[in-house]
Design a protein around this ligand. Structure first.
Ligand code: PLP
Length: 227
């Protein structure tokens, strides 16, 4: 518990500090707590410390925790790879989806978003390091995908998400985010106001380059132990 409070304060102050150095308004960067592999009890601790936005990668795991935490007023973000046959459940149980990388998935999410819920907020995942193995639309294909997704009735296209190749050098960490930020500015669509950039290891670089949401796991919850 002590550890959680300390780590939470540290991450919040890192975000405040970087936001200040970037010359951006206080509070413009939202912290998403990435709780994959961590138990609902860890989420509850962070919630009591004031955290409200949580992000999960694996659908079954997320649904189970959502059931356990049904009494909490959590905003849930889905950030993992999406198989088409999982879209219905994602459309029903999340407020944001950051990992949409093809039209088919966007269409299904729109069709399957329940009427009683507001339109689903989505970000398009962009493969900014252009590796063949990673998911995400390429920078060249981004404008067409934005165009196609934008007309879908039950989703609200909010921006982009990127997971660049890990880099330890700060200038190198900034480059891919800068490229993507500029590419989005060139689309000239003010509704694309969300930049899901940055994780535990590159928070500052991401915030310097326009991140509005940072996705932080390890720095909040400690190391993950996969079984
Ligand atoms: C796991 C994960 C994170 C968090 O990574 P940390 O390095 O633990 O902060 C962020 N974004 C995505 C898409 C992830 O899968």
């Amino acid at each position: 518990m002590q550890n959680f409070a300390e780590r939470f304060q540290q991450v919040c102050s890192q975000i405040r500090h970087a936001t200040g150095i970037a010359g951006r308004p206080r509070g413009c960067v939202q912290l998403l707590a990435v709780s994959k592999t961590k138990p609902a009890s860890d989420i509850a601790i962070l919630y009591r410390l004031g955290q409200r936005h949580f992000a999960e990668n694996y659908l079954q795991e997320a649904l189970q925790k959502q059931l356990q935490l049904a009494a909490f007023n959590i905003t849930w973000h889905f950030i993992g790879p999406i198989q088409s046959n999982k879209t219905k459940s994602i459309a029903c149980h999340f407020d944001w989806v950051h990992s949409v990388d093809r039209l088919k998935v966007a269409q299904r999410l729109s069709e399957q978003r329940p009427e009683h819920l507001p339109p689903l907020n989505i970000c398009l995942q962009v493969n900014i390091s252009e590796e063949t193995s990673k998911s995400g639309v390429s920078l060249t294909e981004l404008p067409q995908l934005v165009e196609a997704v934008n007309g879908l009735p039950r989703i609200r296209l909010r921006g982009v998400m990127a997971i660049p190749e890990p880099e330890t050098s700060y200038p190198k960490q900034r480059q891919p985010y800068r490229r993507l930020y500029q590419a989005v500015q060139q689309l000239n669509r003010p509704e694309l106001d969300s930049f899901s950039f940055g994780m535990s290891g590159d928070l500052k670089a991401a915030i310097m380059e326009g991140a509005t949401m940072v996705r932080v796991g390890t720095a909040l919850f400690g190391e993950r132990h996969y079984i």
